[in-house]
Ligand binder design. Sequence first.
Ligand SMILES: [Zn+2]
Length: 407
Amino acid sequence: MLKIRKAYKVQLKTNNNIENKLVRYCGSARFLWNKCLALNLDRLEKKQPILWYNELAFWLTVWKRSEEYGFLKECPSQVLQQKLKDLERAFRDCFDKSQPLKRVPVFKKRGLNDGIRFPQGFKIVGRRIFLPKIGWIGFYKSCTVSGKIKNITVSRKGDRWYASIQVEQMIEIGKHASDSEIGIDAGVICFAAFSDGTMINGVHSFRKHEYRLAREQRKLSRMEQGSNNWKKQKRKIAKLHHTIANVQSDFLHKLSTEVSENQAKVYVERLQVRNMSASAKGTIEEPGRNVKAKSGLNKSILDQGWFEFRRQLDYKLFWMGGMLAEVNPRHTSQRCSCCGHTAKENRVSQDVFRCQVCGHEENADVNAAKNILTVGQTEMIACQANRISGRQQEPAGTRKEVLPVAS
Ligand SMILES: [Zn+2]
């Protein structure tokens, strides 16, 4: 049996009174986050150690008593404390070398990812949620919440408010139903290429929304700021953002579920962005140099559905008794999956691979995915042999990294 955490998201039936409170509490939480973040970024620039939760919580009590920031008193204390914990976590993650994708925390903007979390004091009865200092709120029931409720996060997307109910459940992990394996490459042209030849083109379905978004944003830029039309256009754009996020989320979840149900082992390349982001952040002892300048750069590299897809694959496979393994990415795009000849010249163009020795021709991403599968399989054998002879333990946890073999 394994303890897992899972979240249910439901839409809230809010009224003006509730919305007013939620907006104000979200505002206070956002204000606190931004104030503490600014404080810490300033300290990083001056090469001073940053303030962690305990110090920030102390300052919070001081601010609450002041005239200037007295409005913080109105917001439930736990909600503010949770924001400070989130900020601490964000800083710890960004200094953590084993999490290369984590960036320096950023300022929160009004109406964008607004959310507050209640760690206790809530109740759920039927189709109603009770939240401290807010009261009872109805919700649209889309699923039955089961498990022990750990916390509830209320957030806004466009005009709607949602509650994300996090629960703890015990699940049993058995053996995966299938024993098939597959290699997956992040495609250059397509979203992903599989070693069985499947190409997933999902990314293109976002394009039309993206074009629309760009068009609507151009329209907005021509409008008089603060005017009624401008406000209307702003709402339209927020809605569009929401749609795009939903389309992408649906796509990724469907794909990762399908793959993790059908494949027991999935091989992907180890991420190669590690060096870039690790060096940008420095360490806790020696806070980063040029933190501000570099955090922007990493975003463009990392902000892609591919990473979310890997994350989902990792935990879904684990739940189903399968596994996601990372392989050494060296030469996977230049090696011929047929004869093994490795040369830069094999890569004729972005999407065509043609072996200079045996003449094997294939989509370049599929060829790479086949190589990833082969590398994964050979390295797994090496790994298992080591384990049997007792020299090496496989790393614990959800993701098992395949160690590169000496060649
Ligand atoms: Zn060849």
